[in-house]
Design a binder for this molecule. Structure first.
Ligand code: ATP
Ligand code: MG
Ligand code: MG
Ligand code: MG
Length: 439
């Protein structure tokens, strides 16, 4: 992609309304634009990151055995009356009425809809277990939308819902998601710690929040520091292995880790002092087991092997991709801008032409772009007629993992310069070796 033809509205000035670094950088780097309070447009560069975050989430959901579908964002109030949540949900729900004055709402979550879909077709234990997930926009009329896409009113959510015959089955479903989440956040370059959590309005009795430590986080958390060094379950993890998964979850829940709502000072005091960590964190994922809370009132029943009908046991599992984009920036930036982890970088390489209009430099850049792209790398080629300083600043701000800097002086010696955005290391490379060097 040539930058001169792209749409990258970066800002020179630091936007005054942005209180935290990720919000400032998302606006400055032209990732998003606020259209009204807590409602954002995802601009092309931001959308590429969001899509990559979703790709990592999808990959791990699929591996864990979840099946993707897509449910409507606009839901009927009727369904929420069936579960008893319509009145209870309160002001966070955006309520709408259509031209026939039917009560509708913009879904803040989708337990009711998915339970309706399930009950319409599943009758027998033979069709279980099932885990259905979607990645779709949600709306919550947050009292205080803030920090950009970290707490917005319209936001993207991956929400999965599991259906099992009994509690033991549901426990396995929970463990699948628990392990998938550990892999997902690690795959995004983040250290997320599962913490015992309050179940809130979704209800139920088994719940963990996945928290990323960050000073700007809105949650107050208490945990054993050792979790930061725990090993992530490998790609070879067998999600059908009930005992194996339970073992992994037991290990990841063996030490103290709780959000403030679940914090017990006495238990925390038993953690060796040098391992006690009282910190702030960002909730990036949340998993719940809630049994028959929705299946019972909504009549989602299956027949067991004994011929007896019973409500299915359910769980739900959320991740916030749009919040994650901000959380990744909170965790990975410097004074000059964003430093994207490779997995979610909007492009792999910023190709910087130091002398646009110089025939040899232009030709070298065009060839490098073609070679790298043919080799499977995504290149953003800065072919603008701008001073080198401005190009370097843009490249650092938008944080692509590699910068390839091409100018007449280097070319005369048969070299281009490669800079790694993360550590700032530079080296001179023969263009012939470039693809191998960057892969
Ligand atoms: P919070 O405590 O931050 O309000 P929540 O507990 O209400 O979040 P859940 O219902 O658990 O959120 O939703 C699942 C996930 O959706 C959260 O873990 C988070 O990643 C994301 N999420 C929730 N609310 C927002 C929001 N307003 N903006 C962006 N992402 C959100
Ligand atoms: Mg909330
Ligand atoms: Mg929460
Ligand atoms: Mg939550």
């Amino acid at each position: 992609m040539r930058l001169s033809r792209y749409f990258l509205p970066t800002l020179r000035e630091t936007p005054k309304e942005a209180e935290i670094v990720s919000h400032r950088l998302m606006l400055r780097a032209g990732l998003v634009r606020q259209e009204s309070a807590g409602i954002y447009a995802w601009l092309p560069l931001g959308l590429r990151v969001l899509n990559k975050v979703c790709a990592v989430i999808r990959r791990e959901q699929d591996r864990a055995g979840a099946i993707e579908l897509l449910m409507p964002t606009i839901q009927s109030a009727e369904l929420w009356r069936e579960s008893g949540r319509y009145e209870a949900y309160g002001k966070e729900m955006l309520r709408i009425s259509d031209r026939h004055e039917r009560e509708m709402l913009y879904g803040p979550t989708a337990e009711e809809v998915v339970t309706e879909i399930f009950r319409a077709s599943v009758r027998s234990y033979k069709d279980l277990p099932k885990n259905l997930y979607q990645i779709s926009w949600k709306f919550r009329d947050e009292v205080r939308p803030r920090f950009g896409t970290m707490r917005s009113r319209e936001f993207l959510m991956k929400d999965a819902y599991s259906f099992d015959l009994d509690q033991a089955g549901a426990r396995h479903a929970y463990n699948r998601m628990f392990v998938a989440y550990l892999r997902t956040f690690a795959g995004l370059g983040l250290k997320a710690i599962p913490m015992r959590a309050d179940t809130g309005p979704i209800g139920g009795d088994l719940s963990h929040e996945f928290i990323i430590l960050a000073q700007t986080g809105e949650s107050e958390v208490f945990c054993d520091r050792s979790y930061l060094d725990f090993e992530i379950p490998p790609v070879t993890t067998d999600f059908e292995d009930v005992a194996g998964l339970q073992g992994t979850v037991d290990r990841w829940t063996s030490l103290y880790a709780a959000t403030s709502e679940m914090h017990e000072a006495d238990a925390f005091a038993e953690v060796p002092v040098d391992r006690q960590m009282a910190a702030r964190g960002i909730e990036v994922g949340h998993i719940f087991y809630f049994g028959t809370k929705y299946s019972e009132p909504m009549g989602a029943r299956v027949t067991g092997p004994d011929g007896v009908e019973r409500p299915v046991h359910m769980g739900s599992y959320g991740i916030g991709p749009s919040r994650l984009v901000a959380a990744i920036i909170e965790a990975s930036h410097d004074e000059a801008g964003i430093i994207w982890p490779d997995a979610v970088a909007p492009f792999d390489v910023a190709l910087i032409n130091l002398k646009v209009g110089d025939a040899a430099t232009d030709a070298a850049c065009a060839e490098i772009q073609a070679t790298l792209e043919a080799g499977g790398l995504e290149v953003l080629y800065d072919d603008r007629d701008e001073r080198p300083g401005a190009k370097f600043a843009t490249a650092d701000l938008i944080g692509l993992p590699w910068q390839v800097i091409v100018g007449p002086r280097g070319l005369a010696e048969g070299k281009v310069e490669v800079k790694r955005r993360a550590g700032g290391e530079r080296e001179n490379v023969d263009p012939i070796d470039l693809l191998a060097r960057l892969k």
